[in-house]
Every structure is written in structure tokens, then in C-alpha cells.
Design a protein around this ligand. Structure first.
Ligand SMILES: [Zn+2]
Length: 255
């Protein structure tokens, strides 16, 4: 007899039968890669609420010192030395099995693509740290080009086209999500037969609301997260195991 739980065995069955799986991933998928969580018990903002100021659009626009500190934080971001972990790799395998409708992620680290997920299947609802955008003219520049300027001594590099303030192409507090990206995520939630929420506290809207779209459309909902979420009562199965262990087992059993 295997030691897997009933919930895990059921999830493996559903995954095997599914034709269109939409996955939503959050910070818990990337913590094994050394990318810190922000809202969890050991989260960056839980331990230091002032750090959140760096991510507010209003303070970023108003205060050159906030921008200087934000560029230094980007330079020191663990993402530049991070590698995908077995959780990311198993989701790339799920895509290769032909069952993945879309991989919606709240993460900005690009590790799903680094693990082999197709960029056109990955919907980054909170943006990406791998690009810089101008807040005036929306010109986009690869992050390494701008970080090179920061390293060379420019505290807050301006847009080369219009001189505007630049920021990582991530969604800050006070900034709305990009409509096209959000629409694509909602469409994927409505058009799946299994919705897997992995490593997300499901506490941030509109990402969390994707579960509701999937449920209303008749999909099964499986939540894989260490801590309880507001959607646990609506889920068909809850898995508390470490993501890097349970996801590879599930995908191996289903493919
Ligand atoms: Zn510009």
C-alpha cells in the first residue's frame, strides 16, 4: 500500500482525467528556490511592515529616496541567483502532457519559464521583475540593462526615451492589474475542468477570485498550500504537503 492520502489519490485521478487544467501559483511555489514569501508567517512584510512602502506606487512616484532604495533592492533580489525547483519542473511536465490550459502566477520571478513552461502558457498577473517599464511612456527595457546603470552609479535611471520615472514591470500596491492579462487569467479559470491553486494564500484579489470563476464554471478545485485559505471550504481536496514533494508525485501519477 502506498502512503498517499485519500485527497492526494483523488487529485491524481482528477488530474489524469482532466483535459484542461488551469493552475494558479503563488509565493509558496518559489520559496524552495530561495525567493522569500511576503505575506506568510516568515514573510518580508509580516516581519517588516515598513518594507511594503517600497512597493507602493504613490510613495515610489513621490520620493526619489524610495526609488533609490527600490533599485538597490532589485539589484540585491534573490531572483538573479535562483533556479527552478521540482514544483516548477512538475508544472512544466504537466504542460508537456497536453493537459495544461494555462499557468496563472502571482510570482514575478520568471521561474516557471526557466523550468520549461512555455511563455505563452504563463500568465503573470503581478508582472515580471525581468523587465522595466517607464511609468510615463510605457517603454519596456530588459531589467539587466537598467541594473547595469544602477551598478555604474545611477541611483534612479530615467527612461532613455522620455526621461520619465522607471520601475520594474511588476504590479505595485495602488497600481491596477493590466486588463488584458487579467482577462486572460479569468478566461483560463472559466475554461478548465480542474483548477489547482498551489502555494497561494488566496487572500489577494483579484487573483483569489479566479477560484470562484472556476467553481461557477463547474471545475473541480484543489488547493495545495501549507496554511488554510478562505477557499478551503469550497475545495474538492486540500493538500498540506510540501509543494516540492506532492506536485511531482501528482504529475508523475497522472502522466
Ligand atoms: Zn518613457
Amino acid at each position: 500500500m502506498s502512503l498517499v492520502s485519500t485527497a492526494e489519490a483523488s487529485t491524481a485521478d482528477w488530474l489524469r482525467q482532466a483535459e484542461r487544467v488551469t493552475v494558479l501559483t503563488g509565493a509558496g511555489v518559489s520559496t524552495d528556490s530561495g525567493i522569500p514569501d511576503f505575506r506568510g508567517p516568515q514573510g518580508v512584510w509580516t516581519k517588516d511592515p515598513a518594507a511594503q512602502t517600497l512597493f507602493s506606487l504613490d510613495s515610489y512616484l513621490a520620493d526619489p529616496d524610495v526609488r533609490r532604495r527600490a533599485w538597490q533592492a532589485r539589484l540585491a533580489h534573490p531572483v538573479w541567483h535562483a533556479s527552478p525547483n521540482p514544483g516548477h519542473e512538475s508544472l512544466a511536465s504537466l504542460e508537456h502532457s497536453g493537459r495544461l490550459r494555462a499557468l496563472v502566477t502571482q510570482n514575478i520571478d520568471g521561474l516557471h519559464q526557466a523550468a520549461g513552461s512555455s511563455p505563452e502558457r504563463v500568465i503573470e498577473i503581478h508582472g515580471t521583475v525581468h523587465w522595466v517599464k517607464c511609468l510615463t511612456c510605457e517603454q519596456r527595457t530588459p531589467m539587466p540593462e537598467v541594473l547595469a546603470l544602477v551598478e555604474a552609479g545611477q541611483p534612479d535611471p530615467a527612461c532613455p526615451d522620455c526621461g520619465g520615472i522607471q520601475k520594474s514591470a511588476t504590479i505595485s500596491f495602488g497600481e491596477t492589474l493590466e486588463r488584458d492579462v487579467l482577462n486572460a487569467a479569468v478566461a483560463a479559470a472559466r475554461d478548465c475542468d480542474l483548477f489547482l491553486a498551489v502555494g497561494t494564500s488566496l487572500s489577494v484579489h483579484p487573483a483569489a477570485g479566479l477560484c470562484e470563476y472556476a467553481l461557477v464554471a463547474g471545475a473541480r478545485l484543489v488547493i495545495i498550500n501549507a496554511a488554510p485559505t478562505p477557499y478551503d471550504g469550497a475545495a474538492d481536496a486540500l493538500l498540506r504537503d510540501p509543494i516540492g514533494e506532492v506536485l511531482p508525485r501528482l504529475v508523475a501519477a497522472a502522466t
